[in-house]
Ligand binder design. Structure first.
Ligand code: TYM
Length: 329
């Protein structure tokens, strides 16, 4: 059994990008691996330092994880801040992480552009905390979307550096994982770029059908193909990409052929896409509602997860302290 770790920040409800980029693979992995899936609430403070209702957001994502199909019995489902050992490993790894390399990461550059009024040290050291999340359980595989590739590269670098500096072969190097396929990038409905929480272009698992329909019907398109077998433009390719996830292969092929023969009607494409997204999300939304009504169950899941995650984290921290040279008097 291989160890798997992955997480999601609780800065909003889960959207289709989170689901198809990450959660779908969490579900596939949980049967045959030793999986740790968590809610990255420490990380969320880097962009939302004074969250209105942190507990409520964490609770929502926990219910969404469960409704989407994560099994708290076969995997370890926990909340990052319930495992303080991760903060200790983060501190120790920070001593061997260099300002230059952290400043050069794309996500840091993007974030400081997005929030110039709050360029905090947590943002700079975000990849270090992420590395701590992963290597504290000695994970080999990390199911994530394409946007996390660079963070994973950093995690491997910090694991390697630790081994080298203390002359041990202790941390394995974690790799992003998508069952042999390329990592996924689910686009937004605004014509370009990825679906994201802060981009305002997301469709959420918890979203009401009427709202989903409205968003899909308003998705950016183009003026239509003018010649046979024309290359598909980015906004239309984006709709096909989402369709590939939620619709049957026949449906996708039908609209692709209509595009190729210049007979496509975007209104029909969007109507079908909206219907298929709604069919996909409705059972999940209903389950989220059921699970959210059951505080006792959510409490039990979080407590069980925290205990299992700490067991593994405590062991690693004890060994790391010994490796570095901390000794008890
Ligand atoms: P976050 O919360 O931004 O996103 C959670 C997961 O969803 C994936 N994702 C997408 N995949 C495809 N297309 C999209 N449009 C899309 N949007 C989001 C992300 O790739 C991610 O897998 N830093 C992480 C959270 C984290 C973590 C970790 C992940 C903290 N520690 C350790 C793995 C291991 C993040 O901000 O994800």
């Amino acid at each position: 059994m291989e160890t798997v770790v992955s997480g999601i920040r609780p800065t909003g409800n889960l959207h289709l990008g989170n689901y198809f980029g990450a959660v779908k693979n969490f579900i596939k992995m949980q049967q045959e691996n030793n999986c740790y899936f968590f809610i990255a609430d420490y990380h969320s403070l880097t962009t939302h330092p004074t969250p209105g209702d942190l507990h409520g957001s964490v609770r929502q994502v926990l219910a969404e994880y469960l409704a989407a199909g994560l099994d708290p019995e076969s995997s370890t489902l926990f909340i990052q801040s319930d495992v303080p050992e991760v903060a200790e490993l983060y501190l120790l790894l920070n001593m061997n992480a260099y300002i230059g390399e952290l400043e050069r990461t794309t996500s840091f550059k993007d974030k400081i552009r997005a929030q110039p009024e709050n360029v905090n040290a947590g943002l700079l050291t975000y990849p270090v905390l992420m590395a701590a999340d992963i290597i504290i359980h000695k994970a080999l595989k990390v199911p994530v979307g394409k946007d996390q590739e660079q963070n994973l590269e950093m995690a491997r670098k910090f694991a390697r550096r630790f081994n080298h500096m203390y002359d041990v072969d202790y941390f394995p190097e974690p790799k992003p994982f998508n069952f042999g396929d390329e990592l996924v990038k689910i686009p937004g409905l605004d014509g370009s770029g990825k679906m994201g929480k802060s981009e305002g272009n997301g469709i959420f698992l918890f979203e009401e059908p009427a709202s989903i329909k409205k968003k899909v019907m308003r998705a950016v398109t183009d003026s239509g193909p003018t010649k046979q077998n024309q290359e598909v433009s980015e906004p239309i390719q984006n709709l096909f990409t989402i369709m590939k996830q939620v619709s049957t292969p026949d449906t996708l092929q039908f609209f692709q052929e209509k595009y190729a023969s210049c007979e496509i009607r975007y209104g029909d494409l969007k109507k079908q896409l909206a219907e298929d997204v709604i069919n996909f999300t409705t059972p999940i939304r209903e389950k989220i509602n059921d699970i959210k009504a059951n505080d006792e169950y959510l409490g039990k899941v979080a407590q069980m997860g925290a205990e299992k995650a700490r067991e593994s984290a405590v062991k690693t921290i004890k060994e790391v302290r010994e490796i570095i040279g901390f000794r008890k008097f």
